[in-house]
Write a protein that binds this ligand. Structure first.
Ligand code: GYE
Length: 325
């Protein structure tokens, strides 16, 4: 009994000293130090990417307790790995990685784990053998996006139509390319006469999208009924190629793409494209929120998928004035 009382007293003393020390230390500069997020970005290949960068760079404006270190990987994994290593050396509080491709991250993410720095994967995902290397993931469900793109085509033509489809793939090995292709292909399995007659990567850029579409048209111009593009920028490049070839994009060739950038909404409103599957790049607020949860030891969900929709031409016209990216 006596022992319990002493123990309780001791605990109270320890607790109040703790609180006191806590208050005191709030005045010192060390606990006032800003939390640093190091963000290893893919590059600047598309309108979507630029919108994501802008949104994430806004984190310090949303919360002045946070600072952001930004690195542009220029679409190269080796640059992103270097960036993560410098973030570790600089002892940032959170590492955010938007990985250009899915594989090849185990070693560097283990280094981050050993340094006790939480890693948030943003937008595209990674494939690692040990899930504990990742603290959280936030981004889109890319497979779902591919399914939605296929559904737009099925809604328009019906599942028994005879269609020749040209596919512009995103960066090979990226979640955005793998997931969208998988979701799309699985959905059109139920359409016996849908054929993908052309399929090549345009690396998610306008220039490459145009170049690859030119080659598609040159070899099979009169046979393509539908263009399925893994992102808006490649489709925008392809629209130019189609016009230069002397066909009407959106009429002679039905076009569907993923992202939902303002530029694509404008093309849709002009009737030059037909379907948009939305992929939201405005991930800054979500990354801030997730980082705060992690740093306070109260992470709610390890995986957060962004809510998104899809738009036909008519819906795009109405939505255009509200587009934020
Ligand atoms: O669709 C594309 C960008 O990873 C979701 O990457 C992103 C994709 C986006 O280059 O435009």
């Amino acid at each position: 009994m006596k022992f319990k009382k002493i123990a309780a007293l001791a605990a109270t003393v320890v607790l109040s000293v703790g609180i006191f020390a806590g208050c005191g230390s709030q005045q010192t500069s060390s606990s006032n130090k800003k939390k640093v997020i190091g963000f290893a970005q893919v590059g600047a290949e598309s309108g979507w990417r630029t919108a994501e960068t802008t949104s994430i760079k806004e984190i310090p404006k949303l919360d002045s307790n946070f600072e952001l270190k930004f690195s542009d990987g220029q679409q190269k994994q080796e640059n992103q790995i270097k960036a993560i290593r410098s973030f570790i050396a600089e002892k940032v509080n959170v590492i955010a990685l938007d990985p250009v491709v899915e594989t090849g991250w185990d070693t560097v993410l283990r280094e981050a784990k050993n340094a006790k720095i939480p890693v948030v994967i943003v937008d595209r995902n990674v494939k690692v053998s040990d899930q504990s290397l990742i603290t959280a993931f936030l981004g889109s469900d890319m497979e779902e996006e591919g399914k939605r793109a296929a559904k737009i085509i099925i809604d328009k033509f019906g599942k028994d139509a005879k269609l020749n489809i040209a596919e512009l793939q995103g960066t090979v090995g990226s979640t955005a390319m793998i997931g969208r292709q998988k979701g799309f292909n699985e959905t059109i399995k139920n359409c016996p006469n849908y054929k993908i007659i052309k399929s090549q990567t345009g690396d998610f850029t306008r220039a490459k999208g145009k170049e690859v579409m030119e080659a598609f048209l040159k070899s099979d111009g009169n046979n393509i009924n539908v263009l399925w593009s893994h992102n808006d920028d490649m489709a925008i490049g392809a629209v130019q190629a189609i016009e230069e070839y002397g066909k009407k994009p959106g009429k002679d060739i039905f076009i569907v793409s993923v992202d939902g950038t303002k530029d694509m909404f404008k093309l849709m409103a002009d009737g030059k494209s037909n379907g948009i599957v939305e992929c939201n790049p405005l991930l800054g607020p979500q990354l801030l929120d997730t980082s705060k949860q992690i740093l306070s030891g109260k992470l709610k969900d390890k995986i957060v998928h962004t809510k998104e929709g899809a738009f036909t031409q008519e819906q795009a016209k109405k939505e255009l004035p509200n587009r934020k990216y």
